[in-house]
Design a protein around this ligand. Structure first.
Ligand code: NAD
Length: 474
């Protein structure tokens, strides 16, 4: 069977399905090819399930602190089966929501594995999509005017450190644990590593983090890494930086796994029930037919121009498969840029310095724009405002006083170059900083925006005042 479309999207994750909805709004006849479930990594193996587990861990940890709030809870216990059921029901509800949106937008969904064909009897240009249907039905042939590749990414591991799903887990495996281990070694102290470290520790698991770099979350501002390390250590986690993991030393026994790492030149052995590997994700570009096109792949990622166009001008690529910031909100934004461009409009290209990044650990971390080091390297003369949550009334009310907001501004123009946050609910508070960056606001403008009292948002106004040494509650 063959069908013609204005647009076929390979992959129905956050990037792909959002692109499909915008395409349908613009009147394009659109189809999605999805090999697994609509919603992709974000809904089924990433953002949503991990945040659902993190929330259960937070509730559990808070319940144990109940007496601090005058709420005596005699015996707090964890029902991990229920935790997993809650996570799964959230996923199911959102999955149904996406299926409804596809029907509403009259977007055809093909459940199967899609491959890009080269020039063929169907089209003189590469881009016809052959779909190997998952239910064993006859292959479908889709003939689109345009294609968007939105195939996402998958967890990667270190050379010689094989993920076996039993002793050595990827983040995909960890999400499906039926019971919690007593102890875990996490290889990688980046975004995934830290979210899992925080969650497992709040669930009562003994956690050791082995991070190769000299600090946790190395892409964040140095002050954030330092505060994170301090707070995680306070929670009882073991943090080892400058740790070069030696995969060949791995030993598995009945219930435990041991692995060594070279730390400051000395080999140290670490033992736990499981190892969780969180050292990044690699683009899903295998077997999708790229060899039938002129599309360029570099460092394992599809190369695109600012409008997400590949070397084949009618084939676009968005999201994790093009590298850069591997974030769901980046993928969906790129999807919209690509579709608007296909429709003949002139969307603004994505500016990485306007993209907020969030880590949903306890404490939460969020940032947008340049770190202090990046801004200095770019040649800016800086003024910096920093304000602690400890001096914010609502933080005391919440019983979460650790952390701060740091604003990096340009001394000459007063522009805000970056905002870095660690502490309660900063993954929500960062949107104000994002808007400030988009509107090119100055610290003065943030400070003069009236922030309701008592709210955590007051920390932004105070940090903005602190840029010019005028914080009120300092
Ligand atoms: P990452 O790049 O954030 O972190 C990987 C960490 O592993 C780095 O700190 C790196 O220094 C360390 N590392 C690399 N090799 C190592 C080794 N041999 N031994 C020890 N440490 C080593 O990657 P990730 O945490 O796997 O996340 C993958 C992607 O998914 C990222 O782009 C991330 O932004 C995205 N993601 C985002 C969210 C979110 O937005 N909250 C959540 C999960 C994942």
């Amino acid at each position: 069977m063959s069908q013609e479309y204005d647009l076929v999207i390979l992959g129905g994750g956050t990037g792909g399905y959002v692109a499909a909805i915008r395409a349908s709004q613009l009147g394009l006849k659109t189809a999605i090819v999805e090999k697994s479930k609509l919603g992709g990594t974000c809904l089924h193996k990433g953002c949503i399930p991990s945040k659902a587990l993190l929330r259960s861990a937070e509730v559990y940890a808070t319940a144990k602190r109940g007496s601090e709030f005058g709420v005596n809870i005699n015996s707090v216990s964890l029902d991990f089966t229920k935790v997993q059921e809650r996570k799964n029901s959230i996923i199911n509800q959102l999955h149904k929501g996406i299926q409804y949106l596809m029907k509403q937008g009259k977007i055809d969904v093909y459940h199967g594995f899609g491959r890009i064909l080269g020039p063929s009897i169907f089209s003189p240009m590469p881009g016809t999509i052959s779909v190997e249907m998952e239910n064993g039905e006859e292959n479908e042939m889709l003939i689109p005017k345009n294609v968007i590749i939105a195939t996402g990414s998958q967890p990667r591991t270190l050379p010689n450190l094989m993920i076996d799903g039993k002793y050595v887990l990827s983040s995909d495996d960890a999400l499906e644990l039926e019971e919690l281990p007593k102890s875990v070694i996490i290889v990688g102290g980046g975004v995934i590593g830290i979210e899992w470290a925080s969650m497992l520790s709040d669930f009562g698991v003994e956690v050791t983090v082995l991070e190769y770099s000299d600090r946790l979350v190395p892409t964040e501002d140095h002050d954030i890494s330092k505060e994170l390390q301090r707070l995680l250590k306070k929670k009882g986690l073991k943090i080892v930086t400058k740790a070069k993991v030696l995969p060949e030393t791995i030993e598995k026994t009945d219930r435990h796994v041991t692995i060594s790492a070279e730390v400051k030149g000395i080999e140290q052995a670490y033992t736990a029930e499981k190892i969780l590997v969180a050292v990044g994700r690699s683009a899903n570009i295998e077997n999708i037919g790229l060899q039938n096109t002129q599309i360029i792949v570099e460092n394992g990622c599809i190369q695109v121009n600012p409008y997400c166009q590949t070397k084949e001008s009618h084939i676009y690529a968005i999201g994790d498969c093009i590298g850069g910031l591997q974030l769901a909100h980046v993928a969906s934004h790129e999807g919209i840029i690509a579709v608007e461009h296909i429709a003949g409009n002139t969307p603004d290209p994505l500016d990485d310095t306007l993209v907020p990044a969030c880590i949903y650990s306890q404490p939460e971390i969020a940032s947008v724009g340049y770190t202090e080091v990046q801004a200095t390297e770019k040649g800016y003369e800086l003024k910096i405002g920093k304000f602690p949550f400890r001096a914010i009334g609502k933080a005391l009310v919440f019983g979460q006083v650790d952390g701060f907001v740091k604003i990096v501004a340009d001394k000459e123009t007063d522009d805000i170059l970056g905002v870095h946050m660690i502490g309660p609910h900063v993954t929500d508070l960062i949107s104000e900083a994002g808007l400030a960056r988009v509107l090119n606001a100055t610290p003065w403008e943030i400070a003069n925006t009236i922030h309701p009292h008592p709210t955590l948002s007051e920390v932004m106004a105070e940090a903005a005042l602190a840029v010019d040494g005028k914080a009120i509650h300092a």
